[in-house]
Design a protein around this ligand. Structure first.
Ligand code: C2E
Ligand code: SIN
Ligand code: SIN
Ligand code: SIN
Ligand code: FE
Ligand code: FE
Length: 417
């Protein structure tokens, strides 16, 4: 084996270690997958890549980057593609998952026909992309069990010409990916923990399902990402915030656990008195995150408390002196930038999801009608900057909605992908 000594320079190894350290600061599984792919592609200078995680004995498509087709830091609907591949030797990713061994292919379209696996050209055909070199490796947990597969596509020279993956790439990427699997497990645990909290609320309010909160979180993250890009915010900061916003926005309605079933499950329209009681779910939610100081708790508190405030004023619960006191004094409603940005985004995401879903008190609305309402209520209910970002990524919104379709018969933990 010929090893290019420059490939193992101290700098390259240090950069792998540094990447691992960064991974340990991320909490949510999506942010962790994003970072793993980003760092692995950087190590090998790969143009594209994807990650599949094992779920119910199948490889579930979970993340994709492609510099040629779309920027990794921008929103794109392909992230929400929803498909699985069987764990058998007929596909490349299946072969790697079955064997537990990495596989390097120099030419996707020239695989020896005696091999059990062949390249599936479906995505190339659909997107116009040209896959050439492929490096596929298993992601393993502490016990050596395969939890997923990462596929890097089209290694490039500095000038951008596509080349095979070097021997150095094939040693450094697994070095990094070894730690990555542990981060993935941690991220899945965090997500499950939060969904379990949501499930408590769901026992009381059947509309707060795992798929509802994952949709609201998906909309919120993608609107935030576009808005932050529009503002020219630093990409590193956007990544960190995305991670927190996804988890925190899932918890926007956990305060509903404090509301009586008689109101939550009422089949018809609420009376004014009942609606006044309902409004307390914002305060109850914020109280759950009161005594901690982590950024995640702070953001969860901001979103729970403020997601029913309105940009133009008139929302609830309004300015509150001391949310920990039993006799909360509700004051004048907040408006504009008094409402934290994350709450302004969750507000739009929540209403979009409420209107596009069936509720005990209403049927889903047609998309056109929803978009019209959002447009009409921009400036009064919704922050114009948030609405603008929402309309700019409407295709992504629809892809998220499709991925997390309401599937009441499915336990929400089944939807973690
Ligand atoms: P939700 O069902 O998740 O609705 C979230 C928000 O979406 C609502 O906040 C409201 O801003 C918007 N929204 C939902 N349905 C409609 C609608 O038919 N028309 C319009 N224009 N907007 C809609 P809101 O009003 O503060 O309600 C908070 C929560 O209170 C709701 O969460 C739901 O759990 C409950 N709720 C509100 N109204 C009723 C009702 O008439 N009957 C019952 N059973 N529950 C209600
Ligand atoms: C894919 O469909 O992108 C993966 C196919 C393969 O690895 O064979
Ligand atoms: C209500 O007054 O019952 C809530 C109306 C709404 O759904 O916005
Ligand atoms: C922020 O970016 O979080 C503060 C500014 C704003 O609320 O728009
Ligand atoms: Fe709410
Ligand atoms: Fe909600």
């Amino acid at each position: 084996m010929i090893i290019d000594s420059n490939a193992f320079s101290k700098d390259r190894i240090l950069s792998v270690l540094k990447a691992t350290e960064e991974l340990n600061t991320l909490k949510d599984v999506d942010a962790i997958l994003d970072q793993i792919l980003f760092e692995s592609r950087k190590i090998a200078n790969a143009d594209a890549g994807s990650i599949f995680l094992i779920k119910d004995n199948q490889l579930t498509f979970s993340y994709v980057h492609n510099d040629t087709l779309f920027s990794a830091d921008k929103t794109n609907a392909d992230l929400y593609m929803d498909f699985t591949i069987p764990i058998d030797t007929s596909s490349i990713v299946g072969y790697v998952a079955s064997s537990g061994q990495a596989l390097h292919i120099e030419h996707a379209y020239q695989i020896d026909p005696t091999k059990p696996y062949q390249f599936n050209p479906a995505y190339d055909k659909k997107s116009g992309y040209h896959t050439q070199s492929i490096y596929t490796l298993p992601l393993k947990d502490f016990d050596g069990l395969v939890v997923g597969v990462m596929q890097l596509i089209n290694a490039r020279t500095e000038q951008g010409a596509v080349i095979p993956f070097s021997n150095a790439d094939q040693m450094l990427v697994p070095l990094f990916a070894g730690n990555a699997s542990i981060a993935i497990e941690r991220g899945k645990m965090n997500r499950e923990l939060i969904l379990r909290m949501v499930k408590m609320a769901e026992l009381k309010d059947p509309t707060e399902t795992g798929s509802h909160v994952q949709r609201v979180a998906g909309y919120t993250v993608e609107i935030y990402t576009r808005l932050a890009h529009n503002r020219g915010i630093d990409i590193k900061k956007i990544r960190k915030n995305k991670d927190l916003i996804r988890l925190a926005s899932m918890l926007h309605d956990v305060g509903k656990v404090g509301i009586t079933d008689l109101i939550l499950k009422k089949p018809g329209k609420l009376t004014d008195e009942e609606y006044d009681i309902m409004k307390w779910h914002t305060v109850y939610g914020a109280q759950l995150f009161l005594h901690t100081t982590s950024r995640l708790d702070q953001m969860a508190r901001d979103i729970a408390l403020n997601h029913h405030e309105r940009w133009g004023g008139g929302g609830y619960p309004g300015k509150i002196e001391e949310i920990q006191s039993r006799t909360v004094q509700i004051g004048a409603s907040k408006s504009g930038e008094e409402i934290p940005l994350e709450a302004r985004i969750t507000a739009l995401a929540d209403v979009y999801d409420a209107l596009s879903s069936k509720r005990s008190y209403k049927d889903p609305w047609p998309e056109e009608k929803i978009l019209k309402i959002i447009e009409q209520d921009t400036g009064t209910h919704f922050d114009p900057e948030v609405s603008k970002a929402f309309f700019e990524i409407h295709d992504v919104i629809l892809a998220i909605r499709q991925k997390y379709k309401n599937t009441e018969e499915l336990d929400q933990e089944e939807r973690i992908k």
